[in-house]
Design a binder for this molecule. Structure first.
Ligand SMILES: Nc1nc2c(c(=O)[nH]1)N[C@H]1C(S)=C(S)[C@@H](COP(=O)(O)O)O[C@H]1N2
Ligand SMILES: [Mo]
Length: 321
């Protein structure tokens, strides 16, 4: 995030190739490569890359919830699906192809810590029982670029209800999968893997906190954090943890991935605020990936009506880093 900032900014969004062309080429290369292997009676080499239909595909498209409206157009999928932060697959934006190695079924989420009964949930059961809806959300990275995405998913509050946290639980901690065989970034031992994030119970149950399962009217692409990731649209993007395998309810606030690495730059609260600069750059404006234009950044990324009350009485906390 901090190391390759300049490079990311310099890459024009127009450098992205349309998804159809890219997929066609990949499928072709794979088909050609698989031929001799299959003839020799060997299995396909990369299980994550098989074309098995996503078992949740039948849940799409989900009805749009119009309560969450945008002040700008949706950013086209060929742009958002080729400019990603997912350090497990590399500390730059071009990880979409590598991320296809992630095997996303079967996939379960462990729910543990201060809950009535720790359990493990299969994501397809969870998706069916939670019920999915579509929401248009703005997404603002701490690196000062932004996009707008049609996510599909369900409120995190629903998972909190299912988990039945005890009264002593004050925070919800999330963890990403750990598998250095498919995610080469996890061999970079200077990072405190696995990726983790934490929010307060009040934040987790705010109506905006969204568990994302799909994007653009279908199960989301792996580079977005399939099969399930968080999106907290009023916070800098690094809070929105991808490919979640564990949700823990805790009393003491654990240190997160980025907080462990660079606490003076990537804090716990990380609420978007144009008036509070990152130590190394301004947060006053952001670059919209769709157009390349710089636009003013909004306090709480424009979601103050929903979330400002969460921070009443916390004025002495570093809420905006
Ligand atoms: N597990 C994991 N989650 C992650 C990240 C990551 O590197 N690993 N990057 C974060 C950052 S910095 C951002 S901006 C968003 C990017 O989401 P996107 O690629 O879907 O736009 O994911 C967040 N979640
Ligand atoms: Mo980010």
């Amino acid at each position: 995030m901090f190391v390759h900032l300049k490079r990311g900014w310099e890459l024009p969004a127009s450098a992205a190739t349309p998804e159809s062309a890219y997929l066609d080429r990949r499928t072709l290369v794979r088909t050609l490569a698989a031929g001799p292997l299959l003839a020799a009676g060997l299995a396909l080499p990369r299980p994550g890359r098989t074309e098995d239909a996503d078992p949740s595909a039948g849940l799409y498209p989900a009805a749009r919830n119009e309560r969450y409206a945008l002040d700008r157009p949706v950013t086209d999928e060929p742009i958002t699906s080729r400019y990603n932060n997912f350090y497990e697959f590399g500390s730059h934006k071009e990880i979409h192809e590598r991320a296809q190695d992630l095997v996303i079924r079967p996939w379960t989420i462990a729910i543990d810590g201060l809950v009535e009964a720790p359990t493990t949930i299969d994501v397809d059961t969870l998706f069916r029982e939670a019920g999915l809806e579509e929401r248009l959300y703005r997404h603002r990275c701490v690196e000062a670029w932004s996009m707008a995405i049609p996510w599909t998913g369900f409120p995190l509050a629903k998972l909190v209800t299912v988990a039945k946290p005890l009264g002593s639980a004050k925070y919800v901690a999330f963890e990403t999968f750990m598998d250095a065989d498919v995610a080469p970034g996890q061999r970079q031992v200077w990072y405190p893997w696995p990726y983790t994030e934490v929010v307060t119970i009040a934040e987790a149950t705010n109506e905006l906190a969204f568990l994302v399962t799909g994007a653009y009217g279908k199960p989301m692409a792996k580079q977005f954090g399939a099969p399930i990731r968080l999106h907290l649209p009023w916070k800098y993007g690094f809070k929105s943890i991808k490919s979640i395998v564990r949700v823990s309810f805790v009393e003491e606030r654990p240190k997160t991935f980025w907080e462990t690495l660079v606490p003076e730059e990537y804090g716990f609260w990380a609420n978007v605020n144009p008036a509070v600069d990152h130590p190394r750059w301004s947060q006053a404006t952001e670059r919209e990936l769709a157009t390349g234009e710089r636009v003013p950044t909004l306090i709480f990324n424009g979601y103050g009506d929903f979330v400002a009350p969460l921070y009443a009485g916390l004025e002495n906390e570093p809420l905006y880093m």
